[in-house]
Ligand binder design. Sequence first.
Ligand code: ACO
Length: 203
Amino acid sequence: MFTLRPARETDRAALYRICLETGASGQDATHLYADPLILGHVYAGPYLTYAPGFAFVLEDQRSGEVMGYVLGTPDTAAFEATLERGWWPPLRDLYPDPADVPRAARTPDERIVHLIHHPPRAPHDVLAEYPAHLHIDLLPGAQGGGRGRALMTTLLEALRVAGVRGLHLGVGESNVRAQGFYRHLGFQELRRAPGAVTFGLRL
Ligand code: ACO
């Protein structure tokens, strides 16, 4: 049995762990990264810090363990600007920019550190229609039982209440399971680049 509840600051370590354990196109990425926090710094931490009202978790009622999350932000452009001011600078001090390492030679850690120094901006045309974005990850023991849908429904309702008109998300091209999940929930494919697919949903 699982409880769905708003995320709390005390969930931060669990969010980082789940991010890592689902970080290889939905599979465990623990063996890929030397630094177990590096993925969470990009895909989990800033959402809990800067958009806590749009962060929800699944808690196993018996163990009290957090088993999954959905993390969103209603205004991607504002979120990117906030991260540029407050989130990335200390991380850039901590992790040197691997820009001098040729792209093909970068380790998985270096690829993520490169994102910390050079975060991609969501395209304007996507933001015009779909200003919010999200990340959702459930550990294997919580997958496939309707809980991903429940987390999405909760976040979508919070975004609607906030007056948001649409949201987008990026998913790895090889993560076909998650792509099927998004299509089933009504998302439309917006664009496809090497390695990544962008989906959008009007609210
Ligand atoms: N194709 C078609 N339909 C699907 C698929 C699929 N691949 N997967 C699920 N569905 C359907 C289900 O049948 C169900 O239908 P129903 O509600 O109409 O009966 C509905 O989608 C909801 O399925 P859930 O059981 O809620 O899905 P789940 O709990 O497994 O959550 C998720 C899906 C989030 C992808 C989960 O499996 C997961 O966390 N996987 C690992 C991490 C991951 O890949 N995260 C996405 C990264 S991309 C990003 O965050 C933007």
